[in-house]
Design a protein. Structure first.
Length: 122
């Protein structure tokens, strides 16, 4: 049991300290189940503005069709990558980011992390 707790702690530390923005989504509902501090800081939204909302309900992803397309493609192909996906920060600035996602299993439930590798704000 201790090794499972150690593994969970290692995962949490990596997730929290990553210098890439990361969202975890429920593959069935599209609801955000977790967001790391880097993405919160990068976009200027609070954690509460992300968690338990659909991707397209968060200001950074307000283009509903553009936000649903990666979700659908990831479900179909179980992997997706975009080189220049624009996200809108809370201050209105558009930030082009690289977007990478793949489907994984947690128990019997599918989920997928969406990773936004480092970017350079102008």
């Amino acid at each position: 049991m201790q090794s499972l707790k150690d593994s969970e702690l290692r995962y949490r530390r990596l997730f929290e300290a990553a210098q890439d923005g990361i969202l975890i989504l429920d593959a069935e509902t599209g609801a955000i189940t977790d967001v790391n501090p880097y993405l919160v800081e990068m976009l200027g939204y609070s954690r509460e503005e992300f968690v338990e909302k659909k991707l397209w309900e968060v200001g950074a992803f307000k283009d509903i069709e553009a936000s649903r397309r990666p979700s659908r493609l990831c479900k179909k192909n179980e992997y997706i990558r975009y080189k220049d996906l624009p996200l809108r920060a809370n201050d209105g600035e558009l930030i082009p980011v690289e977007f990478v996602s793949n489907v994984y299993l947690v128990g019997s439930q599918k989920g997928y992390p969406m990773q936004y590798p480092r970017h350079h704000r102008t």
